[in-house]
Design a protein around this ligand. Structure first.
Ligand code: SF4
Length: 282
């Protein structure tokens, strides 16, 4: 037992959507010799390396698609899906049911003529898939964007307005956007579509961040939900992100006896375990 007491977040690491996507790709690879994911299945190098050893490759362009293509948990656009279906031998859809639920909500609101706002990161593949190339589906990061004169005008003049969230959005950010929107359009339909696993991870982290001097979040720099966990923790305490145990800096732990540990939804259990062992060994 090390000198530092570790408090592990009650909910952390792989979510059900990521786990299901990985299991789907592995099952496909066990029965075929040409299995690829369209884009990286998850934002974690260790997990991607492990998939590669099991025969799961990656293609980034539908034109390169061959054999069986697995669509990742955060989904794709309709144009990409159509291109993959034309090009690949077989397409297996591992889009998370919770992402599909958000897409269904957007489609329904859009079909009724509403302007749809998605609180998320415009360049994230999930947000790109949710927008699906539609001009009347607008992805916004933060409440300040609603002050943009052009967007403000569109919101005020739209027949109806619906607000949803990217599945991994910070609860606090979504609430702030909903509040700002209510000032412009009190009649807007607001659907908090942050998924259950993301909520649980944020709530568990918050419990630790409010009482501990340091939080270590295990996850890749490209993982949106990992970045959100770090951002959330930093509103309350000191927080550091590591991709793996090799990035632990002993200086962070000088003068402290307790630390909280959490992990993004795409961080494998083994990576988390090694970080915990690394802290115990300090
Ligand atoms: S973060 Fe939520 S929506 Fe995204 S894959 Fe995981 S469970 Fe599904």
């Amino acid at each position: 037992m090390g000198r530092i007491k570790i408090h592990f977040a009650e909910a952390a690491g792989f979510c059900m959507g990521v786990r299901r996507a990985i299991e789907t790709a592995e099952a496909e690879a066990a029965g075929s010799d040409a299995v690829f994911t369209y884009g990286e299945l998850i934002h974690n190098q260790a997990a991607l390396d492990a998939l590669k050893t099991k025969g799961v490759g990656v293609v980034h362009d539908p034109a390169e698609a061959a054999g069986t293509i697995v669509i990742r948990a955060h989904g794709i656009t309709t144009a990409e899906r159509d291109a993959l279906c034309r090009q690949a031998g077989r397409v297996v859809d591992a889009t998370c049911t919770m992402v599909q639920h958000i897409k269904d909500e957007i489609d329904a609101a859009h079909a009724k003529g509403a302007l749809v706002l998605v609180c998320g990161e415009p360049e994230h593949p999930e947000a790109i898939g949710l927008k699906d190339g539609r001009e009347d589906v607008v992805v916004i990061r933060e409440p300040l964007e609603l002050r943009d004169p052009e967007l403000k005008k569109r919101v005020e003049r739209a027949e109806a307005v619906t607000l949803v969230a990217q599945s991994t959005q910070l609860i606090e950010t979504f609430d702030a956007v909903a509040l700002a929107l209510a000032e412009l359009r009190p009649d807007a339909a607001v659907h908090n579509t942050i998924c259950g696993p993301t909520r649980k991870r944020q709530e568990a982290l918050l419990t630790l961040a409010q009482t501990l001097p340091l939080i270590v979040v295990v996850g890749d720099a490209h993982s949106a939900n990992t970045r959100h966990l770090v951002e959330l923790a930093r509103r309350h305490t000191r927080a550091e992100r590591v991709s793996d145990a090799s990035e632990l800096d002993p200086e962070w732990f000088t003068g402290i006896s307790e630390v909280g540990v959490s992990a993004g939804a795409s961080t494998p259990d083994e990576t988390i375990q090694k970080v915990v062992e690394g802290i115990e060994g300090l």
